[in-house]
Design a protein around this ligand. Structure first.
Ligand SMILES: NC(=O)c1ccc[n+]([C@@H]2O[C@H](COP(=O)([O-])OP(=O)(O)OC[C@H]3O[C@@H](n4cnc5c(N)ncnc54)[C@H](OP(=O)(O)O)[C@@H]3O)[C@@H](O)[C@H]2O)c1
Length: 494
């Protein structure tokens, strides 16, 4: 759905990795697919000195390397490139902003509108400065159209810093103007969770404590920290993945049906889940949370170094590269159902999935083969191999009554046959069209940090002498198996 207002997008940190690999390729793919509202302008800024021409050449290479759609002809690329310009300058200095204003003034006169979408794609330590300068320079208040701002993750590093950033944003923008991005929410299969739950009548009756024994949410990576060692040292698995992606997934699974699929009803329901999550008791942390750090090992048949040997990582680092939590949603629907969340680096497979494990049948009439009857399991696969499968029991062919689990499998790619848009494409288009449904609201972010703060504090205070406690290529530390076994479960390791 397109509103088709002319607009300008102003990207801070445009010489960086995110702009090169994600933002400009996503904008290009939207343009090439004719879904980007026109006319538009993309004003890019960073300290690196470049002319418009040099910047366009760089972006032509990025698009060739990273975009989902490739330029059908040079003329189409030239038309897109004509909308790209570059203003060199330091975003922490007030001098940059009048120059941006000047360039925007010329552009907006041609566009015939002053709708502005700012994008903070710099290191997070600069967000405060950028927001302040947008306010004091007047850039955030053109008075002649809409103004919005997209803020990249991480949004704070604990409750206090997230609150401070929310306050800083609120001093210049209203909440409706602020778009906190979590690219996970732009994935087709994540959106499909809501369709699965709320466009099908058959799931609602079983989506509760009467039928669900437990829920597992796994986001596993095979990669280590690559070139981001110094960033990861300050973050760790809990901040990098759990506080945002995994808790968002939990909310989509646990939320009540919103009245409509619009920003406020959806986000209100997600907030109710956050309020219902039982606060983590730091005195019982060993029953609720597990942390890990990978040592050397083998992934995909290749020998890989341990975390402490990675570039930018301290040789005695205590940063966790794996985290698992057992959470409880204290609501009528979910009372007593544990939610197990885990995420880690250098695990055997790159996979994101949600497992809904149902209760056993109350009485088993096939007594001769009780071992053959596993409880039903619904698996929602977010990546790769997007889709879902439901495991049910079936009779094995033959004279004896022997049972076997069989899987009913739906593969997104096979059924629809077309390539899904990149998450950034969907999310950028939504922000341009003023739809914040798939963006995080300020109060949600604060609640997520409030939930995890006791774990962050406890782990920060007490180093784990067992680190490194899992080999690269293993499914995390053994304590994580014990965490789920206490409730009679086992992790599904795909
Ligand atoms: N890269 C990704 O795939 C990814 C994924 C998810 C989220 N993010 C988030 O997106 C944001 C941008 O990521 P990124 O990887 O593109 O970051 P980046 O490459 O480290 O930084 C982006 C740009 O910011 C400018 N910059 C860096 N330090 C600065 C400083 N002290 N003062 C002024 N400008 C400075 C640099 O440009 P100049 O030197 O030219 O000024 C740099 O090219 C981060 O918040 C990151 O957490 C990134």
């Amino acid at each position: 759905m397109s509103v088709d207002d002319p607009f300008s997008m102003i990207i801070f940190g445009a010489s960086g990795d995110l702009a090169r690999r994600k933002l400009i390729p996503a904008l290009w793919s939207l343009y090439a697919a004719r879904t980007l509202p026109e006319p538009f302008a993309i004003v890019c800024t960073a300290r690196t000195d470049m002319s418009d021409g040099e910047f366009r050449t760089r972006m032509r290479e990025s698009v060739g390397e990273f975009a989902r759609l490739h330029p059908p002809s040079e003329q189409v690329w030239e038309r897109f490139a004509a909308a790209l310009c570059y203003v060199p300058g330091d975003p922490t200095s007030p001098d940059l902003y009048p120059r941006l204003e000047g360039r925007l003034g010329e552009i907006e006169a041609k566009l015939g509108a002053a709708n502005r979408l700012f994008y903070c794609a710099t290191p997070p330590s600069l967000y405060d400065d950028i927001v302040e300068h947008l306010g004091t320079s007047g850039l955030a208040h053109s008075g002649k159209g809409w103004t919005r701002i997209i803020v990249e993750k991480p949004f704070g590093r604990d409750l206090a810093s997230a609150r401070a950033l929310n306050q800083q944003l609120a001093s210049v923008f209203s909440e409706e103007q602020v778009y906190r991005i979590d690219h996970y929410l732009g994935k087709e299969t994540v959106q499909n969770i809501l369709v699965l739950r709320f466009a099908n009548g058959i799931f609602e009756p079983v989506w509760n404590r009467n039928h669900v024994a437990h829920v597992q949410i796994t986001v596993a990576e095979t990669i280590g920290v690559e070139t981001r060692g110094s960033y990861y040292e300050e973050a760790g698995a809990l901040r990098d993945m759990m506080q945002n992606h995994l808790l968002q997934l939990l909310c989509l699974i646990a939320m009540e049906p919103p009245v409509t699929f619009d920003a406020d009803p959806v986000r209100d329901e997600k907030n109710k889940v956050m309020r219902a999550l039982r606060p983590i008791d730091p005195t019982r942390l060993d029953q609720i949370a597990v942390r890990g750090q990978y040592g050397p090992g083998f992934v995909g048949g290749r020998r890989v170094p341990g975390y402490r040997e990675e570039k930018g990582v301290a040789p005695n680092s205590m940063t966790e590269t794996y985290a698992a939590l057992r959470l409880q949603v204290d609501s009528w629907r979910w009372a007593g159902v544990p939610f197990f969340l885990r995420t880690g680096k250098r695990l055997p497979n790159r996979v994101s999935e949600i497992v809904i494990r149902f209760h056993r049948t109350p009485h088993m009439i096939f007594r001769r083969d009780p071992a053959g009857v596993d409880p039903n399991v619904l698996v929602i696969r977010i990546q790769p191999d997007e889709g879902l499968d439901l495991t049910v029991a079936a009779k094995k062919p033959g004279p004896a009554m022997m049972l076997s689990p069989v899987t009913l499998d739906f593969k997104y790619g096979e059924v629809f046959g077309e390539e899904s848009p990149e998450a950034y494409e969907r999310l950028l288009l939504d922000a341009i069209n003023g739809d914040a449904t798939l963006y995080a609201r300020g109060d949600w972010v604060e609640q997520a940090w409030a939930l995890l703060d006791p774990v962050l504090t406890a782990w920060g205070r007490t180093p784990d002498p067992s680190f490194p406690n899992y080999e690269a290529g293993a499914w995390g530390p053994t304590a994580a198996d014990a965490l789920i076994a206490r409730d009679g479960g086992t992790w599904r390791n795909p």
